[in-house]
Design a protein around this ligand. Structure first.
Ligand code: ZN
Length: 295
């Protein structure tokens, strides 16, 4: 089943709503980075949030989320674009912590205290970055706090990743309700009621509920329009050419040292863990290109 995202708006324009199923996307990230459960949950929630927020971008815009906590997971870094493509990694994917008293994965404890930074690169000279202190490290609360305080868009965010006993991803998804100015008290009351009765996102997805079903439950008794449905997935923009340029940028000394000491180079893309191999001839060619550039 292809993961996808649905975008809707209240008929009276008082809120936007986004819902996504991201089970395969998160599973691909888990496999690529060999994540253990708590890392899968933290990375999966952050990737899902980036996809939901990415649905508000246009064209070539890029959104990055950095969760920088002092917990054992280290940093969680994710980027998404307007085309439903997301990639990301967590600094320490193989850690284990005891479950919370409710039997949940201890994402908050694994992330720790720190800050959440969100950058929007809209192709202008300066990308825009906003930051907030982490509220709980559970990601959804932190993103909602960021949207409400840093971007002044009161939001409800729900993110869920359910990990199976064999560590694979059983279900993942998310919901973002973004209030726009002038929402009536009546609509707010209905949304609040519906949200309070909403089961956990990952159990809805596990039970086969679609993003449309989830939006329908949250907006029960309110008239809405579905604007778009688009496929989403894990996708990295790295390439051999980009890494060659990176090596050229590193400079002659470093590349010569690689050539002398190792006779080759293995470079991993942080975001997708793809491995690129450069043999002796490749490195010699890169050195030639550095010389040409400096000539
Ligand atoms: Zn990559």
């Amino acid at each position: 089943m292809q993961d996808y995202l649905v975008r809707g708006v209240a008929s009276d324009g008082s809120f936007r709503i986004f819902a996504a199923r991201t089970t395969n996307t998160v599973e691909e990230a888990r496999i690529r980075h060999n994540c253990w459960p708590v890392a899968t949950a933290a990375l999966g929630r952050t990737m899902t949030a980036a996809l939901l927020m990415g649905a508000n971008l246009k064209g070539e815009d890029i959104l990055s989320i950095r969760v920088l906590g002092d917990g054992p997971l280290g940093a969680v870094l994710v980027t998404a674009n307007a085309k439903g493509q997301v990639r990301g990694y967590v600094q320490e994917p193989q850690i284990h912590l005891p479950s919370t008293p409710e039997g949940k994965l201890p994402v908050g404890a694994a992330v720790g205290k720190g800050h959440l930074h969100i950058t929007r690169d809209l192709g202008l000279k300066e990308p825009f970055t906003g930051s907030v202190e982490l509220v709980s490290g559970e990601i959804a609360e932190d993103i909602a706090h960021y949207l409400t305080t840093s971007e002044q868009t009161p939001s409800a965010v729900s993110l869920g990743v359910l990990v199976d006993t064999d560590n694979s991803v059983l279900a993942a998804g998310g919901l973002w309700l973004q209030l726009l100015p002038g929402t009536s008290d009546e609509v707010l009351d209905i949304l609040e009621r519906n949200l309070s009765q909403l089961p956990h996102l990952s159990s809805l997805i596990k039970d086969g509920k679609t993003p449309e079903d989830i939006i329908q439950r949250v907006t029960q008794d309110i008239e809405i329009k579905i604007l778009e449905s688009m496929p989403v997935g894990f996708s990295c923009q790295c390439s051999r050419e980009r890494l060659e340029n990176l090596l050229i940028g590193i400079g002659k000394e470093e590349v010569s040292a690689m050539l002398e000491e190792e006779g080759q180079a293995e470079i991993n893309c942080h975001f997708c863990a793809e491995q690129y191999h450069f043999n002796k001839e490749d490195l010699q060619e890169i050195l030639k290109r550095i010389d040409q550039k400096q000539a």
